[in-house]
Design a protein around this ligand. Structure first.
Ligand code: ZN
Length: 165
């Protein structure tokens, strides 16, 4: 009986791994991102139904555990830097790391601006977990500079937005 159970567990594990791998090859994004795609939401800032852009999806969680969705870090910063739109009591900011496609802490992330990688609304803030990864991306994609979360001011935001012109 034990052996049979072991067989079933191994078999399902193998099938599970195979399915995982097949998905990865097909979409080139992690399973975590694939799940995010299923969430139906409109960007709090621009109103876009942004489920088509899972790699940019930014989630802000408030102290009351309310989730606020943005189509990208750009829209999140536009909202954060506007006193009228700014969400109160922000507990967590979740962004998707560009290279690994996994969710990371947006407050601790490094953002590359004005690169040749364009977000849902134009030039955006491309998130990275480490400064080294951000440096690699900056070189690879002709980025202009690297900013930590707190360094994104209204002036920096305007520079990014105006690059679209
Ligand atoms: Zn948006």
């Amino acid at each position: 009986m034990k052996n049979l159970l072991y067989f079933y567990l191994s078999a399902s594990l193998v099938v599970g791994l195979w399915a995982c791998q097949a998905k990865k090859n097909k979409t080139e994004v992690s399973d975590e991102i694939k799940d995010i795609k299923l969430i139906d939401y409109d960007c709090r800032n621009c109103g876009m139904p942004s489920k088509e852009y899972p790699k940019w999806h930014t989630i802000v969680t408030t102290e009351r555990d309310e989730e606020i969705h943005f189509c990208s870090p750009r829209c999140m910063f536009i909202s954060f830097l506007d006193e009228k739109k700014k969400p109160d009591w922000v507990k967590e900011v979740s962004v998707v790391e560009y290279y690994e496609g996994k969710r990371i802490d947006g407050k601790k992330a490094w953002y590359v601006v004005n690169s040749d990688v364009i977000g849902p609304m134009g030039h955006d803030f491309v998130p990275f977990k480490t400064a080294d990864a951000a440096k690699d991306f900056l070189k690879e994609h002709k980025g202009k500079k690297i900013l930590h979360f707190e360094e994104v001011t209204l002036k920096e935001l305007k520079e990014v937005i105006n690059t679209n012109k």
